[in-house]
Design a protein around this ligand. Structure first.
Ligand code: ACO
Length: 357
């Protein structure tokens, strides 16, 4: 059996910062309430007609529109650079997002923008809200382990601030935008997914969904009537748009604290790894209290928990690669470290993967 190895990570966040103090000016809220209930101090937000400076391949700096796609492109370039791979090495691109720039999918245009030639890879989006990145790396690992692909680029990118109700203080304080990317390669050696001591890559995983809970967190299609003058009385078709995000915060909180420890235990068991052998716990960055509860239920000290939620808020599918990128680049995560990752969110969906970096 072939195995899978993560070899590069990258991320990119929007230039605009909205602090809790800024939020105090918009809502009846306080920095103290937001920090103590969530752990968030500020979030990074894609703004209308925002721009960012990028350095082109010719070394020239140019001003470009800042969109979810441009964040994804920067994150992907950073991950490729760390991996030591060129765009032509990549034959699979998965973009996990629930808020693409293009409803038909951002993965193909990101693949093209980073320099992958036409027809040289398959690129598609995957929708699983805040579990998206976790589901994305597990999906990519299936293509790699069965030999269909050699090198995969998996992005987690979301711009949920475009879809929150900015008049709802319960939810708008939680979210930020961002993108992260990981390069995974196939190893022809019989390592990883084996649970062996020397194994690397994705050592074990577990994933679940429960559609009965979709009402607790969603962003629902809402069509406005539009009359077209077909013969006779005409036909009322729908002019498509989406409603703002709806969330029952307490229900999502209890779902996460109930299911995440269990799914992590499942993935650890599959990997043949004990809790004590885990070097880092990396959860979807939704709320520091969720992370504290999960760590405590697993019997893990908070020192092992990787978090950067304070700076970015909940960036949905981007949160795990955004936090992992910082942890790897700062030297906190070292080669050979075991990372227990878990994503959870709308769907409802949740999953865990045990990675050996
Ligand atoms: N500022 C001040 N007060 C507030 C704010 C705010 N921003 N928001 C809510 N409150 C008030 C409420 O109105 C309520 O007042 P009341 O008692 O007078 O009605 C009070 O604070 C307490 O509200 P709770 O809902 O009990 O607060 P809680 O401690 O549960 O924290 C929170 C709310 C932070 C939303 C929490 O439930 C949570 O983090 N849930 C998980 C949400 C989440 O992670 N969602 C994303 C999942 S990922 C994905 O797929 C997108």
């Amino acid at each position: 059996k072939l195995s899978v190895r993560p070899i590069g990570i990258g991320s990119c966040a929007p230039s605009t910062v909205i602090t809790n103090a800024d939020m105090e000016a918009v809502h009846d809220t306080s920095d103290e309430w937001i920090r103590t209930r969530t752990g968030i101090e500020q979030r990074r937000v894609l703004v209308h007609e925002g721009t960012r400076k990028i350095i082109g391949t010719d070394g020239e700096e140019t001003e470009t529109p800042e969109t979810l796609r441009t964040l994804g492109i920067e994150a992907a370039k950073n991950a490729l650079e760390m991996a030591g791979k060129s765009p032509s090495d990549i034959d699979l691109v998965i973009c996990a997002t629930s808020s693409p720039d293009d409803l038909f999918g951002d993965a193909p245009s990101i693949a093209s923008a980073i320099g992958i030639e036409a027809g040289k890879c398959v690129a598609f989006d995957l929708t699983a809200a805040c579990s998206g990145f976790l589901f994305g790396i597990v999906t990519a690992s299936q293509f790699l382990t069965n030999g269909a692909s050699q090198n995969a680029l998996v992005l987690g990118a979301d711009a949920l601030t475009r879809w929150v109700d900015w008049d709802d203080r319960n939810s708008c304080i939680l979210f930020g935008d961002g993108a992260g990317a990981m390069v995974l390669t196939r190893s022809d050696e019989n390592e990883g997914l084996t649970g062996s001591e020397d194994g690397f890559g994705i050592l074990g995983y577990a994933m679940h969904s429960n559609g009965a809970g979709y009402k607790d967190l969603n962003c629902i299609y809402k069509g406005e009537p539009k009359k077209i003058s077909t013969p006779g009385e005409g036909t009322v078709v729908e002019d498509g748009s989406y409603d703002s995000m709806g969330m029952n915060g307490r229900k999502v909180y209890s779902f996460a604290t109930r299911e995440v420890p269990t799914v992590l235990e499942e993935a650890l068991e599959q990997a043949g790894i004990s809790v004590d052998e885990v070097d880092h716990l990396l959860l979807h960055q939704a709320n520091i209290r969720i992370m504290e509860t999960v760590a405590s239920r697993l019997g893990m000290p908070m020192e092992k928990v990787i978090t950067n939620l304070n700076k970015y808020g909940n960036t949905s599918a981007a949160s795990i690669p955004l936090a992992l990128d910082e942890a790897v680049r700062s030297g906190r995560v070292k080669k050979g470290d075991v990372i227990a990752c878990a994503g959870f969110g709308a769907g409802l969906s949740w999953g865990a993967a045990i990675l050996k970096w």
